[in-house]
Design a protein around this ligand. Structure first.
Ligand SMILES: [Zn+2]
Length: 445
């Protein structure tokens, strides 16, 4: 008899919706079916939908070194409150950055001690560290992250084309993906310099300094190089419909590329940056209504593979003042599923199975994380129970992250996360964190 039964929920599986019980033993799903024999413990899920928990492939918890910006203790609690059980932490903005095995070990130890969810680690690809990539692969990185433009941190320099190409070749040898922040350094540098010379510092000027063409050009270049190198490429946070189309064209030519966008590009447009200020500043920036609609079109037609948060928090002092000088990063780790349910499912008819695919199944598949990402016997019991009849307006006090700074505060959402289970343990229930144990490292199999 199983230790735990999740009773009577509507399961969201790749094959569709199905009302069934879930039997859990040793942290794994033992069986799925109707009226399974009772366990020592039962969770009543009648009236709720049972999703595979969110795997957030792109965020910044900044530990070790910048935990005053976030930290895995608070960040992972916010992820759990949003229905997530796994995150992949970027090699920055922790400090030192995760660019060699020593820093991997330090970050792994820090996260193991503080995270309530499981986690994977991205390694960095920066000029001069190609020789470190093999050891990072041995340690278990999910892939390598490179910036094609300035990262915002001097300790994580951008990858010039030569570094990127050599890194792609090495990553192909190691059979791991390279993730790129795709914006043209050359174009943005020139435009930013011009803005500065003209004393232009408003939100509109910031937007104009990072145009869609800078994204499209970098995506085209990255996919060319990846195709030539025979590497797996993951393009993070594509912000525009045109950007997605450029990546999809490369995919159609046979380049092994996965396409990520972030919840904020699906929820906000340029005018929201002017309205909300620095809390909605990110890079690439929010786009106009036309590119926002085009992005949604590519999400609805299945061209976008993965939706992540790119949670990139900073202390309040760095998010106030002139927009050009403030930190670029949106702190939205708790709201990815919320955005896909409200703006996707309820407003645009996005099927629930697709929500689960974008946030769990494809992340697990693309990054070869075995036993996670879908509701199936043998997989880890990583589930989130959602009340689709419930609704709420997000308030600052709901946020579990370190600083209650989020552009989603004040927004109304349908669909409430009632409970999150990580390997069978309830880590969040009815508005409160209940985790008793820490998370562990996941690595590609
Ligand atoms: Zn990021």
């Amino acid at each position: 008899m199983a230790e735990l039964i999740v009773r009577g929920g509507m399961l969201v599986t790749p094959a569709g919706l199905r009302r069934a019980d879930v039997a859990i033993e040793d942290g794994r799903i033992q069986a799925i079916g109707p009226e399974l024999p009772g366990g020592a413990e039962e969770i009543d899920a009648r009236g709720l939908h049972v999703f595979p928990a969110v795997i957030d492939v792109h965020l910044h918890f900044n530990e070790p070194g910048r935990t005053e910006w976030e930290g895995a203790a608070t960040g992972s609690r916010a992820l759990a409150a949003g229905g997530g059980t796994v995150f992949f932490d970027m090699p920055l903005n922790s400090t030192p950055c995760t660019v060699n095995a020593r820093e991997f070990d330090r970050k792994r130890a820090a996260l193991k001690a503080s995270s309530i969810t499981d986690f994977g680690l991205w390694g960095g690809l920066v000029p001069g560290n190609i020789g470190e990539m093999a050891e990072l692969a041995d340690r278990g990185v999910v892939g390598f992250k490179a910036f094609m433009c300035d990262s915002g941190l001097p300790e994580f320099p951008r990858a010039d084309d030569f570094t990127l190409f050599e890194g792609l070749v090495e990553a192909a040898r190691l059979e791991l993906p390279v993730a790129v922040h795709a914006e043209s350094h050359e174009l943005m540098q020139g435009l930013s310099r011009r803005m500065a010379e003209q004393g232009r510092t408003e939100a509109r000027d910031f937007l104009a300094s990072r145009p869609v063409v800078a994204e499209v050009e970098a995506i085209e270049r990255a996919t060319r190089l990846a195709g030539e190198a025979g590497a797996k490429l993951h393009i993070v946070h594509i912000s525009s419909g045109r950007g997605v189309v450029a990546a999809a064209e490369a995919k159609a030519r046979g380049v092994d590329v996965s396409i990520e966008t972030c919840a904020h590009y699906l929820f906000f447009i340029e005018e929201d940056l002017e309205r909300l200020g620095a809390v909605a500043k990110c890079a690439p920036p929010l786009r106009d209504a036309e590119q926002h609609d085009a992005l949604w079109k590519t999400l609805l037609d299945g061209t976008i593979d993965i939706v992540a948060s790119d949670h990139s928090p900073a202390p309040p002092a760095m998010k106030t003042g002139a927009i050009m000088q403030t930190w670029g990063g949106i702190a939205g780790v708790q709201s990815t599923l919320a955005v896909l349910l409200e703006a996707g499912h309820f407003r645009r008819g996005l099927p629930l199975e697709r929500v689960a695919k974008l946030t769990a199944a494809t992340p697990a598949q693309r990054f070869c994380i075995a036993h996670k990402g879908s509701l199936a016997p043998g997989n880890d019991a990583d589930l989130t129970l959602i009340d689709l009849r419930g609704s709420y307006t997000l308030e600052a006090r709901d946020l579990q992250q370190r600083h209650a700074i989020s552009p989603y505060i004040g927004a109304a959402f349908r669909g409430v996360v009632r409970r999150t289970l990580r390997r069978g343990e309830t880590i969040f229930a009815n508005g409160a964190i209940t985790a008793r144990t820490e998370g562990t490292l996941v690595r590609p199999s």
